[in-house]
Design a protein around this ligand. Structure first.
Ligand code: FES
Length: 67
């Protein structure tokens, strides 16, 4: 939780589509790759400014041990 009281899951990762970190996490956990996450959420379909952040986030999730 940050100083504004927002949890990281509420953090907007793609300003163009309003896609949050939590939405990307949920889509990844459903087995979707970056391309499918983009199709489902609209992320990466605007200015592209979120591309690096989202790719890094998904890469980090991919190396987490599966529970
Ligand atoms: S911030 Fe994600 S496409 Fe613009």
């Amino acid at each position: 939780m940050d100083s504004d009281g927002n949890s990281p899951a509420d953090e907007i990762m793609c300003v163009c589509s309003g896609t949050t970190r939590g939405q990307i996490y949920d889509l990844f956990m459903q087995g979707k790759d970056v391309e499918a996450i983009s199709r489902h959420s609209g992320a990466l379909s605007g200015c592209g400014g979120c591309e690096w952040d989202i790719e890094q986030f998904v890469k980090a999730l991919a190396v987490l041990p599966k529970t």
